[in-house]
Design a binder for this molecule. Structure first.
Ligand code: AMP
Length: 213
């Protein structure tokens, strides 16, 4: 039973590492960003509410996020643990988790400098059909623009444009970075410096968690 939170700036590699940990430990990843993108694609009420925030790089209101996560965590596949990717992003979100008895074991903060983030994010490509992630240089698909796993066309996230990335970084430094302190005070924080390769970063996380990933 492992309940993890992945903290870190946009582009730090949270989604990539979450996918690896999830596969290796057999626990689901709850990515609020992914849930919101799916809701937007399907035009649900949550999606309609979230759209303007997500597309401009600002945070979706806490109550919307808390509702989504509470509902998702009550599903059966979360009974043996889970990875929260991109939630909490504010102190009220972290407090809301505690208030409803959601007690995580470890919050892993993946550290990365702002200047590396730009290169990372502008090269990022996503399969909106199966959720697989790529990078034009570091993790290219076999056939350009096509998902290796499901054959669908790869897209670039609308909020991965440079101006929006600037806003997301500002939001990260203003609202989200302080969560490190929040989990440090509770003795739950583990800091991992992002490495040059995905494998090397996974190795550090593996060591920090004391599990084989
Ligand atoms: P991500 O895929 O984690 O980078 O999230 C993409 C966007 O979804 C963010 O820039 C926010 O607009 C929104 N979002 C995702 N998670 C949260 C959250 N926990 N709180 C508020 N907004 C969120």
């Amino acid at each position: 039973m492992m309940k993890l939170i992945l903290l870190g700036a946009p582009g730090a590699g949270k989604g990539t590492q979450a996918a690896i940990i999830s596969k290796s430990l057999g626990i689901p990843t709850i990515s609020t960003g992914e849930i919101l993108r799916a809701a937007m694609k399907n035009g649900t009420p949550v999606g309609l509410k979230a759209k303007e925030y997500v597309e401009s790089g600002r945070l979706v209101p806490d109550e919307v996020i808390i509702g989504i996560v509470k509902e998702r965590l009550s599903e059966e596949d979360c009974a043996n643990g889970y990875i929260l990717d991109g939630m909490p992003r504010t102190i009220p979100q972290a407090e809301a988790l505690e208030a409803c008895g959601i007690d995580v074991d470890t919050a892993i903060s993946i550290e990365i400098s702002d200047d590396i983030i730009f290169d990372r994010i502008t090269g990022r490509r996503l399969c909106t059909t199966c959720g697989a992630m790529y990078h034009v240089r570091s993790v290219p698909p076999i056939k350009e623009g096509i998902c290796d796993t499901c054959g669908a066309a790869l897209t670039r996230r609308k909020d991965d444009q440079p101006e929006t990335v600037m806003v997301r970084l500002e939001v990260f430094h203003r609202d989200t970075e302080r969560l490190k302190k929040f989990y440090e005070t509770r003795g739950k924080l583990v800091v991992v410096n992002n490495q040059g390769s995905i494998e090397a970063t996974t190795a550090l996380i593996s060591e920090a968690l004391g599990v084989n990933l």
